[in-house]
Design a protein. Sequence first.
Length: 222
Amino acid sequence: MTGVVLAGGEGTRLRPVTEVTNKHLLPVYDRPMIYYPLKTLKEMGCESVVLVTGGEHLGGFAELLKNGNDIGMDIIYRVQENAEGIAQALSRAEGLVKGLFPVILGDNYFSQPPPMPDEPTLFTKEVADPERFGVYQNGQIVEKPTIPASNQAVTGLYVYDERVFSLFDKIKPSDRGEYEITDINNYYLKLGAKVVEMAGDWFDMGTFDSLLRATNYIHDNR
Ligand code: G1P
């Protein structure tokens, strides 16, 4: 199975640290961030992965991971030309993945990867600060609601099938100028995607505080 890891974006919430380095190459305790989502995909059964990132950082990933021999996965690199959102990054994997496949955001850490489901699935987790995330509420997902109606955050792990590639034409950039994965996920819910609450602990690592929390957690639980 081939999975997808999305490692683009400008890392604006981590400036100035991300001024010259891609967020996903920053250290999280003793590994570059990207190792953790790759490990999750491997544990879900992926022997290969499509890594999508901005062209300016491709060299850093290639230098670090090469063809993936050291981590026991085959890596295929694809470039997202402009940082215009997670959904746009995912569209760059078209033609390289088949059947059901997992997609993970490069800044997501899962302590316990779920078993690979047998149908399209979105994974949620109860959090104390849902306003920072896409929130699953009243049967649909709202991206960063000011007043969340539930505390179920939609994590950055999704299982799609090839139908996902026909949905990109249907969505438009959001107010933050990005093609949002939440818009794709709301279409998937209409197509009957399952919503499953994750076991174990989950961290995004996209802000200084969440990066610090993840680093401490990994240090304490190694
Ligand atoms: C993205 C998604 C959001 C999701 C989060 C998980 O947010 O848009 O729905 O809850 O990842 O990490 P972003 O990190 O791009 O703000």
